[in-house]
Design a binder for this molecule. Structure first.
Ligand code: SF4
Length: 112
């Protein structure tokens, strides 16, 4: 084999790798659109207001679970979070939930 043959072989290999990369990139882009799961942004916001000790004392697997429960209305008392404080944790979450109803307009406002 001549040097030129090695160069062609290398270019063909490179071309195959680029083609595979493009195909997988397109597949990933399509999958992202098809399987997109819209998540309620309020869960992130409420989680940031919780102490994030992830102790589980509230009965949920962590602060993320508690935030999901508060937003969905499954947790009705913010004081289920044993680590939180009334002024710095509970009241801000209650105020936030008052100001941010569900998309259909219903609100799940927890109590102290
Ligand atoms: S009790 Fe409070 S700090 Fe502990 S996991 Fe539950 S929400 Fe997080």
């Amino acid at each position: 084999m001549s040097t030129l043959d090695y160069l062609y072989a290398a270019l063909i290999g490179f071309g195959i790798l680029v083609a595979i990369g493009v195909v997988f990139g397109v597949v990933l882009a399509v999958c992202e659109k098809v399987f997109y799961v819209k998540e309620d942004t309020r869960i992130d916001d409420v989680q940031k207001m919780l102490p994030n000790a992830n102790c589980g004392a509230c009965g949920y697997p962590g602060c993320r679970g508690m935030a999901e429960a508060l937003v969905k209305g499954e947790a009705t008392k913010v004081s289920q979070c044993k680590v939180g404080k009334p002024d710095t944790t509970y009241k801000p979450i209650i105020e936030y939930m008052k100001e941010h109803p569900d998309e259909d307009g219903t609100t799940h406002i927890p109590t102290m």
